[in-house]
Design a protein around this ligand. Sequence first.
Ligand code: PEP
Ligand code: MN
Length: 337
Amino acid sequence: MIVVMASRAQEQDLKRVIDIITEKGYKHSLYHDKNQYIIGVIGDVKGQDKQQLEACDEVEKVVTVTHPFKLASREFFQDTTVINVKGIAIGGSKMVVMAGPCAVEGRDITLDIAKRMKELGVSVLRGGAFKPRTSPYSFQGLGREGLDYLKEAGDLTGLPVISEVLSPEDVEMAYEFIDIFQIGSRNAQNFSLLREVGGTDKPVMLKRGMMNTIEEWLMSAEYILSEGNSKVILCERGIRTFEKYTRNTLDLSAVPVIKRLSHLPIMVDPSHGTGHWRLVAPMAKAAVAAGCDGLIVEVHPDPENALSDGQQSLNYEKFESLMEELKPVARAVGRSI
Ligand code: PEP
Ligand code: MN
């Protein structure tokens, strides 16, 4: 349920309404939109409690959200949420490109990639320190050492950094090294991990679980939002279907569906979504045309010798061409990149 305060409501009116909500045993989440306070009331709200809130002087209206996801829903917040991280706006008219290696492989290579990404107009540096590999015998990432290199690369270039956390215990440790927490597809329904990042104040990029419906994915977002963290970015990265030619089936129809259902920004990952470098550029362009808020792309200086996901990584040259090719597509849908 959503309580929309009148625009003339003062701090004390807001406090009074929040006190009532708390006394009744509900949790809440507060948004400020167009000079109005909007309070999301979390829980199964009883009819009489709704009536009491409606009767408060400075409450403009009380709206029941029909979807099972509440705080993620566009009924709750009609504008698009824009998330700011170190001067980069995610969800604004300028699309955001996050790029970098699948895995952080060492110090020198990470600094080299970061510098090139910055020169090529990338907004956020990606790099996995903890890698959720399908095989326990594959490279598992450098762990904390990898986070050190990522932070150094971020400090050197001024780029915010995004990296995946695999378990709730990683979150506190990783907090000081990274600017955006990434929740990977395999952990999209790891509810204790979702709650843990939901208790922080850093943006969280939530990838779609490979077996998740759009509704399940938004319910995962709800776990993060309901802990009080409103900075959730969604990321479509493909789902499992019967098709074996591609690694996953990149569900680009999820982009306009999410735009209709939710106010949260949505990114697309054409690298994991396809699993082949040749398919990355066409699907990246298609994603921009479909109205996403940005892309996350795997880039490596020497894909053939990459320790992880070389087959779907673009080298610098191919990535540079892609950045150029994206510009007219973005312009055609009224955006810039
Ligand atoms: C990644 O981006 O590094 C990754 C492992 O992606 P996904 O969780 O989508 O498989
Ligand atoms: Mn990867």
